[in-house]
Design a protein around this ligand. Sequence first.
Ligand SMILES: O=C(O)C1=C[C@@H](OP(=O)(O)O)[C@@H](O)[C@H](O)C1
Ligand SMILES: C=C(OP(=O)(O)O)C(=O)O
Length: 455
Amino acid sequence: MTDVRPDSPATPAADGDGWPAPVAGGPLDATVEVPGSKSLTNRLLVLAALADGPGVLRGALRSRDADLMVAGLRSLGVEVAEGDAASELRVTPGPLRGPAEVDCGLAGTVMRFLPPVAALADGTVRFDGDEGARVRPMGPVLAGLQALDVGVGAGEGGPVTSGRAPTTLPFTIRGRGHVRGGSVDVDASASSQFVSGLLLAAARFDQGLTLRHTGRTLPSMPHIDMTVQVLRDVGVVVDDSRASIWRVEPGTIAARDVRVEPDLSNAGPFLAAALVAGGTVRVAGWPTTTTQPGAMLGDLLTAMGGHATLADGVMTVTGTGEVRGVDVDLHAAGELAPTIAALAALAGSPSRLRGIAHLRGHETDRLAALASEITRLGGQAEETRDGLVITPRPLHGATFRTYHDHRMATSAALLGLRVPGVVVQDVATTAKTLPGFTGMWDRMLAGASVGAATR
Ligand SMILES: O=C(O)C1=C[C@@H](OP(=O)(O)O)[C@@H](O)[C@H](O)C1
Ligand SMILES: C=C(OP(=O)(O)O)C(=O)O
């Protein structure tokens, strides 16, 4: 059995040539330790920055998205220092102030969670990010802030409180040191992060916030529940008893010393590997209760032919190498879709993934990206209005394009376990949430029993 930890040395990935995804040599037998949850780390950083005193995050994720959040908060006047370990972050709130520049990279959590914090700052804060971030939807958060009398401007333009709010990066927030708060309507059908971003800062608004979601669908409900939970954990009063309406009372945010759960969505490709290669993969530190959508992995992988058990904080998935197709609605857990799509392409029967139209606004248009890259390997994957239909076909090697999307890269690795010659373009993009991915993947495979047939 192999123990895989995030600090395992990464296989040097040949720059430009891509990373040749290793084929599984036989059934797996590995225990994997994944780093802290991106979603929890970035929420807890925001709350620590708005708290009534210094706080500590232990087991925090250190990755591009988390480091961009740290840098963004520092630029607003918050002190964030490393403790004894890189994953220990000591946060000391300070007066929030501009002028400041926030680089969002490609991080949805940074571009949606920090504008409401910037609105509390005294001064102007300019937001921008990667080229690919400039097409990710932002409008409802910015229009929501504008409706609360916050000045919002497009690009280099001056912030305004009337007229149409910008719909994408870059934009400018004109903080006045406080936000009135009150009531706001937001259409969050394109991203749950519009709701989470506004709720996270809302206790610091003069009147708190009543937010009503006006769209027909709402993705990623577990992530909104996660927001409500972390707010309650720091003493904020939140009423979520009415469908699509959240009320956050104004009040202080208590400073805390907290431990971050491991990132269950990042555990996905490792656990799924057991279905593809056969054998057993365990993920340590699995929480007994969690708001992370990765909690659905046990049921999903079971539906696809695996056997999943959770005991003593260890999630164990065993597979035979035979994968079953599924018809599944993933609107609550869109983050898992790239992993499930890769499994579907290796299954013995067709799959339908539904409820994930909003994936078109993720790191890339994930529906288009998955369809075209699975097709590039010889598979059959078609986009539907709200998802994908994947019909298994014999696959062959090719360079799998990743479009700066960490989950495209991990999905390619999963396909490569079975399909010789899969080369993952820009595997370094996994550093968005999982630096050291290739090293962890190699070490997981090193535990494979030598000599067993490759399926
Ligand atoms: O709030 C969060 O931490 C997240 C919410 C989800 O966003 P969407 O609702 O935009 O899918 C999820 O996909 C993303 O990876 C993280
Ligand atoms: C959609 C994702 O990220 P982001 O937080 O940038 O939206 C993701 O990690 O799958």
